[in-house]
Design a protein around this ligand. Structure first.
Ligand code: HEM
Ligand code: NAG
Ligand code: NAG
Ligand code: NAG
Length: 603
């Protein structure tokens, strides 16, 4: 007993000493993120001193807080992101957008503004990567690491978010349980179909490729739209997928339709769990694409499209060899991909009344850099797992998620037409709180933990970085009171909420799949990633790149509808990113959600 008391006293004395020593050392001033408007916080020689580097910014002052004269004037006229969004989706202004859409020079101007204003928010070239806490040339040169948008919270800060919030972040399992587990499927109020969600997954997995085994900041990405999702990640895989005849990819006929080869016949590295039968194992562009039949469907359709394009090119150029037909076909499918992403996919997600068009030529002569680096925060932002339903309805057959995974053979059995039709008719989930299905909960958990490993700055710091007003209270963030109270208990300070958690719990705009942060942070990365592709540059964007006028036209007129209909025999199925029966009034607002905090004894 005495010994214990003695040890306790010693312990207290030691603790007091350590605490006193810590108090002597001034807190790293960069922990409170004093520099505004993209100024760089830079520690001085004296402990506790710092400067904000505002060089080459349109702002000056100790914290880069004061705009120069012309910037002040420009800012005065500049509408907030919230009001720009309001204008673009306003039903009352539809007449105005109809005029803009139909008058070429007005439309070109509008599209150019969208492209340039989004892209200029980003640092190009990137300043930061995921290994160092400061600017390095590695950020540009090393393709095995993601770039990052904001540097990490310095290691020597008093709290994980700098100076705000508690000393430790909330337990991740508690967060998952309190805010994210799906009780009842909540559909996307924009009426997205699951055909859209598989498009998103198939498209983005060509550049979101984390080397999880190394660390969450490492990647094997090519850092842009490179159609590796169709052709394989490297030349070795590409060769395994090619037939080396007429430029085409190798395919096989199953159930009267053309499909990719079985993995045993084209020995591309694929990740299948043990026990998956050989007739469900296919050789695809990404080792992960056997996971879901929706991904297999896109892979199949794109491979057929490549071969269809090669036939057209061979008609135009009977003298071309296999290699030239293949390479030119690949440029065409790349162009089609960007065209469809901009005009079908982004247009759907944005729901703007202005036509979001793919017109690389409007940027010619304007300051725009044709280079891109994938940023790790963009990857996290794109974790859209709540979109996934709990089961799929294939022409009336209900297949539970766990019986759907790794079942590419379902596409062969039901056929691509029935599959496309069913996916177009089924609603995706709302990208929001309490909507992660069982099979994706572990991904969510990892995402939050990886964000901590990467020492992401707070949700509010990211809002500020993207010109959005940081939330001043938890209620303002969630738009209700119950989750807000629970969040406050866990984080202590609204400036300490983590990035991904904030993005999912943030209130939704009316009839919107996403909150403002996902949109206004995602759009710059997306616009930059699409328009900075080499094929959009003035040297590539011309008929000769695409095998002549006919090939260039395929790119310039591509649509999602045509992609499917040109490659499915017989009557074309419904091909749609929005479900047909969707009626605009059928909206479930996030605030109607009945949230019960978990019982106290579990906390
Ligand atoms: C049932 C469907 C899905 C399952 C089971 C699933 C599962 C996974 C898994 C296991 C990972 C790796 C994460 C880790 O190991 O920590 C992952 C990553 C990811 N998922 Fe999903 N996912 C699904 C659907 C989707 C959809 C529809 C999207 C839409 C965009 C999506 C976007 C992503 C992204 C962006 C990553 C990061 C990839 C990377 O960095 O390599 N996922 N998912
Ligand atoms: C890129 O960074 C990784 C991680 O630090 C390192 O292992 C690799 O050697 C670097 N590659 C190059 C080309 O510098
Ligand atoms: C090509 O990529 C696959 C993964 O898709 C990988 O397993 C293989 O080792 C890579 N090959 C080379 C030569 O890099
Ligand atoms: C499944 O889809 C069919 C149409 O293909 C529809 O008639 C049926 O009602 C759907 N079933 C469910 C449970 O949603």
């Amino acid at each position: 007993m005495r010994l214990e008391l003695f040890l306790l006293v010693i312990g207290l004395v030691l603790f007091a000493r350590v605490a006193a020593a810590a108090a002597d050392k001034p807190v790293n001033p960069c922990c409170s993120f004093p520099c505004q408007n993209r100024g760089v916080c830079f520690n001085g020689k004296e402990p506790g001193s710092y400067t904000c580097d505002c060089a080459n910014l349109p702002f000056y002052g100790k914290h880069c807080e004061t705009p120069y004269f012309w910037t002040r004037i420009a800012l005065w006229f500049k509408p907030s992101p919230e009001s720009v969004h309001g204008l673009l989706v306003s039903e009352n202004l539809k007449w105005l957008w109809d005029i803009v859409n139909s008058v070429k020079f007005l439309h070109d101007w509008a599209i150019r503004r969208v492209y340039l204003s989004r892209a200029e928010i980003l640092d190009t070239p990137p300043l930061y990567e995921t290994i160092h806490d400061y600017t390095t040339i590695t950020a540009t040169t090393n393709h095995s690491v993601y770039a990052r948008c904001l540097p990490p919270v310095p290691l020597d800060c008093p709290t994980p978010m700098g100076v705000k919030g508690k000393k430790t972040l909330p337990d991740v399992d508690l967060l998952v349980k309190t805010f994210f587990v799906r009780e009842k499927f909540r559909p996307d109020p924009q009426g997205s179909s699951v055909l859209m969600t598989f498009f998103a997954q198939h498209f983005t997995h060509m550049f979101f490729k984390t080397s999880y085994r190394a660390n969450p900041g490492a990647t094997w990405s090519g850092h842009g739209v490179d159609v590796t999702s169709i052709y394989g990640s490297n030349v070795t895989d590409e060769h395994l997928l090619r037939s080396f005849k007429d430029g085409k990819l190798k395919m096989q006929v199953l159930n009267n339709e053309e499909f990719p080869m079985y993995a045993r016949d084209a020995r591309v590295f694929m990740m299948y769990p043990p026990g998956i039968p050989e007739d469900s194992r296919f050789a695809l562009g990404h080792p992960f694409f056997g996971l879901l039949p929706g991904l297999f469907l896109y892979q199949t359709i794109w491979m057929r499209e490549h071969n269809r394009v090669c036939d057209i090119l061979r008609e135009e150029h009977p003298d071309w060899d296999d290699e030239r037909l293949f390479q030119t076909g690949k440029l065409i499918t790349l162009g089609e991909t960007i065209k469809i992403v901009v005009e079908d996919y982004v247009q759907h997600l944005a729901s703007y009344y202005v036509n979001v068009a793919f017109k690389p030529e409007v940027l010619f002569g304007y300051p725009f850099q044709y280079s891109n680096k994938i940023v790790v925060e963009f990857n996290h932002l794109y974790h859209w797992h709540p979109l996934m339903p709990d089961s799929f309805n294939i022409s009336g057959n209900i297949v539970k998620m766990k019986d759907y995974m790794f079942r590419s053979d379902l596409v062969v059995k039901h056929g691509t037409a029935a599959m496309t039709d069913s996916l177009s008719r089924q609603r995706a989930g709302h990208m929001s709180h309490h909507n992660h299905g069982a099979v994706t909960l572990h991904v969510l958990r990892d995402t939050i933990l990886h964000g901590r490993d990467l020492r992401f700055q707070s949700f509010n710091n990211y809002r500020a970085r993207f010109n959005l007003k940081p939330y001043s209270s938890f209620e303002e963030l969630t738009g209700e009171t119950k989750m807000a109270a629970e969040l406050e208990r866990l984080y202590g300070d609204v400036d300490a909420v983590e990035m991904y958690v904030g993005m999912l719990l943030e209130k939704r705009r009316k009839r919107a799949l996403f909150g403002s942060t996902i949109v206004d942070m995602g759009a710059p990365f997306s616009v930059k990633g699409l328009l900075a592709n080499p094929i959009c540059s003035p040297v590539y964007w011309k008929p000769s790149t695409f095998g002549g006028e006919r090939g260039f036209d395929i790119v310039r007129t591509a649509t999602l509808q045509k992609l499917f209909c040109n490659n499915i025999k017989g009557k074309c199925p419904l091909v749609s990113f929005r479900v047909p029966e969707f009626v605009e009034g059928d909206v479930e607002e996030a605030t109607n959600f009945n949230f019960r905090p978990p019982p106290r004894d579990e906390l």
